[in-house]
Design a protein around this ligand. Structure first.
Ligand code: CIR
Length: 258
């Protein structure tokens, strides 16, 4: 199934090592290695049939390679978010420029202060969206997001986060009613109607896989997740994300797919 034809990524910058980190995965990212891993990531997206727009590194924003957070791109509109992390808030302007090349001005919406929202808290399941209330995404951001979706005939469900950074840190939709779930999302009422693949604690990071046109891209080094996804019948590709993991970043964070 061909669903995504485009992706937007931004090259990691040298300031990457100064990005926000919870310390869950220790160490500072190595810039050169991060660039090689990022190139491999782009290659994997291309193998899934998407045309990848590669934005230049932006040294002003250490976390700017995580392009998923300043925008949400849907079939019907683009939403420029208002990232809750102060050091990242300005990333929205750079992503707006890129988004303008794909969406007409009247289909570009914005989350405005005091609302905050980051794309990592938004999981798309067809025309329905799950949105995490987190340290980065507040109630007003979710209210605005819901209002925008309604305007375009789409819907959303709010999910209260307890522990993780973003919603998609722990739950990701692989299409076909299948979810990858870890930790606090395994038993969440909101996901009960889906077929849930439960990820063992020691592989929780790999809950953040991405479905791209019937291929699932999985972080390298998570054999239980790889097996589970393969047994659902998906073609799989693996990409090493060790340097992005040190900043709590995963596969979904590194691109906007649409
Ligand atoms: C941050 O804390 O904002 C970055 N270091 C990681 C962002 C990861 N993005 C995502 O989960 N969508």
């Amino acid at each position: 199934m061909q669903k995504f034809s485009h992706a937007i990524v931004r090259k990691p910058c040298r300031a990457l090592a100064e990005g926000i980190s919870s310390g869950l995965y220790p160490g500072k990212p190595d810039y050169e290695l991060a660039c090689r891993q990022h190139d491999a990531y782009i290659q994997a997206l291309r193998e899934c049939g998407v045309d990848v727009m590669v934005l230049p590194a932006d040294e002003r924003y250490p976390d700017s390679c995580f392009v998923e957070d300043p925008a949400v791109l849907t079939r019907r509109c683009a939403i420029i978010t208002n990232p809750g992390a102060l050091s990242r808030n300005g990333e929205k302007e750079g992503i707006l420029e890129a988004v303008r090349q794909f969406y007409p001005e009247d289909k570009i919406e914005r989350i405005l202060p005091p609302g905050t929202l980051e794309g990592g808290d938004v999981m798309m399941a067809g025309d329905h969206f799950f949105v995490g209330k987190s340290a980065r995404t507040n109630a007003e951001g979710i209210r605005q997001f819901q209002e925008i979706l309604e305007k375009y005939g789409m819907t959303c469900t709010e999910v209260e986060l307890e522990k993780v950074l973003h919603l998609k840190t722990g739950v990701n939709y692989l299409e076909n009613d299948i979810l990858l779930t870890a930790g606090e999302f395994v038993d969440k009422q909101e996901f009960i109607s889906y077929h849930r693949i439960v990820i063992p604690e020691e592989e929780a990071y790999a809950a953040n896989c991405i479905w791209v046109n019937d291929t699932v891209i999985i972080p390298e080094g998570y054999p239980a997740v790889l097996d589970a996804v393969r047994s659902c019948g998906y073609r799989t590709l693996t990409v090493d994300t060790s340097e992005f993991r040190k900043l709590d970043g995963g596969l979904s964070c590194l691109s906007l797919r649409f």
